[in-house]
Design a protein around this ligand. Structure first.
Ligand SMILES: CC(C)(COP(=O)(O)OP(=O)(O)OC[C@H]1O[C@@H](n2cnc3c(N)ncnc32)[C@H](O)[C@@H]1OP(=O)(O)O)[C@@H](O)C(=O)NCCC(=O)NCCS
Length: 175
């Protein structure tokens, strides 16, 4: 597995794989801001917006490759208000369903944390559907649950689902 940043110049070549990952994840019920079925156009528009954010210095994005195939991705939002420059939001962690369970989600999260720490950020905040597999993954990586908000987002299956707000303090980078 190789984890590397996704920069704007590489985006056109990666756009089809990113589109597939997003559509597959949403199709399998991932609660990452969309309802299934997600159209090609909506997926492409989402990633184009993300990469504009990367180009603007508002967010950073990583990919995970297995045998040259892009199989996962994550982002951190670094463009924070003036009084929250010490923290990042970790968002849009997703692994292609066929590649799950091999440590890609954990490796992406750790790569994003390492860069946040290198940038001098000391706090990571995220939200995830309460009680799901991703929450367990984050807990294993040292995230604490701040609390659960009921009825936070609608699932593609219909019902409203609770979200768990989680955080992790980052140690300063080794000198
Ligand atoms: C959450 C997600 C990113 C995890 O990706 P991943 O590459 O499978 O992550 P990892 O392999 O590091 O960890 C997955 C966990 O599921 C377990 N697992 C084992 N086999 C698995 C399988 N076939 N499929 C999924 N998970 C499996 C792993 O052992 C691990 O459990 P642990 O955390 O208790 O050790 C992935 O399930 C996903 O894309 N979900 C949809 C999007 C989503 O919900 N993202 C989170 C938004 S906050």
């Amino acid at each position: 597995m190789r984890i590397a940043p996704i920069m704007p110049d590489a985006f056109p070549a990666l756009a089809p794989a990113l589109r597939d990952i997003l559509i597959e994840c949403v199709g399998l019920g991932a609660s990452i801001g969309f309802l299934a079925p997600l159209s090609l156009e909506a997926a492409d528009a989402f990633w184009a917006g993300c990469i504009r954010g990367v180009a603007a210095g508002e967010r950073l994005m990583w990919g995970a490759w297995v045998r040259e195939e892009l199989v996962g991705t994550v982002q951190i939002v670094v463009g924070m208000p003036a009084n929250q420059q010490h923290r990042v939001d970790l968002v849009k962690l997703m692994t292609k369903p066929s590649a799950r369970g091999g440590g890609i989600g954990a490796a992406l999260t750790l790569a994003a944390e390492a860069e946040a720490s290198r940038l001098g950020r000391s706090l990571v905040v995220l939200d995830t559907v309460a009680g799901n597999l991703a929450q367990r993954l984050y807990e294993r990586l040292g995230y604490e649950a701040a609390g659960v908000i009921p009825d936070y987002a609608r699932s593609s299956a219909g019902p409203l689902e609770p979200t768990c707000i989680m955080f992790k303090r980052l140690a300063p980078p080794a000198a």
